[in-house]
Design a protein. Structure first.
Length: 305
């Protein structure tokens, strides 16, 4: 089996540091290192101490500048730098006519001007850029959301997402999944700094930002017959089925029918499909569409429809 040569630009949290001292598999670096299909050639970071630490951990070379590498033999490039550098790096790869796979962290770029410039790049270049919406690659998430899309859990009635931090950095993971689930452009019903209400074909989706230091990320999906809860930063899924209550008349209780730890190791699922042209992967077009809609949501601001 062919081994693909990989380079990681940016060795911060998602690039390498989230799991460098534990047994989890969350980062590009550990995923590439553990994959039988990837040869991690270089890690790049402007902080030499970080670059050296990661290169020693994963037995590869390091550079301080991404421009100091010949990319002719590189099959996949992970861009894991802060968002403010994404446009500069993408522009460089466009300039050198790199047409192999780029795996880009979200959001795509920072400004609407940069979005417009990115859209002017050739289709040949853009077609090979994929966004690392981690839940879109995890096998368990993919299976569950496919069942939701096919109404295996009956019709969706309501979805609530609780998250911390900024919408485009954290809530966007659920946002992307929901956009795929409904495949329509939502109506923006309400938007302020902490709450966004979107309506997809008559179904309300509420995003709540928790104004707290508590690290939180939960998705609750209510259907006619089930409740699906993605808890603990989305690393556990519990599926409940409605049943008639034995305590209260004409009411329902939730009965746990499925529970599983998920998401850890998603990067290995990603590697399994990233070179499969027939498999769905979130593209830069998805990332741009999501980012445009997020900017529209923010521009609405404190408005109820």
């Amino acid at each position: 089996m062919k081994k693909y040569n990989a380079v990681i630009i940016g060795c911060g949290k998602i690039g390498a540091l989230y799991d460098i001292e534990n047994d989890l598999i969350l980062t590009h670096a550990k995923g590439y290192y553990l994959s039988d299909n990837i040869n991690l050639k270089f890690v790049i970071d402007v902080d030499k101490s970080v670059a050296v630490k990661v290169s020693k951990k994963y037995n590869c070379d390091y550079k301080l500048d991404y421009k100091d590498i010949d990319y002719k033999e590189i099959d996949i490039v992970s861009i894991c730098t802060p968002t403010e550098f994404h446009f500069e790096i993408l522009s460089y790869f466009y300039k050198i006519q790199y047409t192999k796979i780029i795996l880009l962290e979200k959001p795509v770029v920072e400004s609407e001007e940069e979005i417009t410039l990115i859209e002017s790049f050739s289709k040949k270049f853009l077609d090979n850029i994929f966004i690392n919406y981690i839940r879109a690659y995890d096998k368990d998430y993919r299976d569950i959301f496919e069942k939701l899309k096919n109404n295996n859990y009956s019709n969706i009635e309501y979805i609530e997402v609780k998250y911390f931090g900024e919408f485009e950095h954290n809530a966007v993971h659920a946002f992307n999944l929901i956009n795929r689930l409904f495949s329509v452009t939502p109506i923006i019903k309400y938007s302020d700094n902490l709450t966004v209400i979107l309506n997809y074909n008559g179904i309300d989706i509420i995003f709540r930002s928790l104004a707290t230091k508590y690290v939180n990320y939960d998705i609750s999906i209510y259907t006619n017959t089930h409740k699906l809860c993605f808890d603990h930063l989305g690393y556990k899924v519990n599926v409940y089925k409605n049943k008639l209550s034995t305590k209260f008349e004409n009411t329902y209780e939730l009965d746990l029918v499925f529970s599983k730890d998920i998401l850890d190791g998603y990067i290995l699922d990603l590697i399994d499909i990233i070179f499969d042209r027939s498999a769905y992967k979130p593209t830069i077009y998805d990332g741009i569409k999501d980012l445009k809609l997020i900017k529209e949501i923010k521009n609405v601001g404190n408005h109820t429809c």
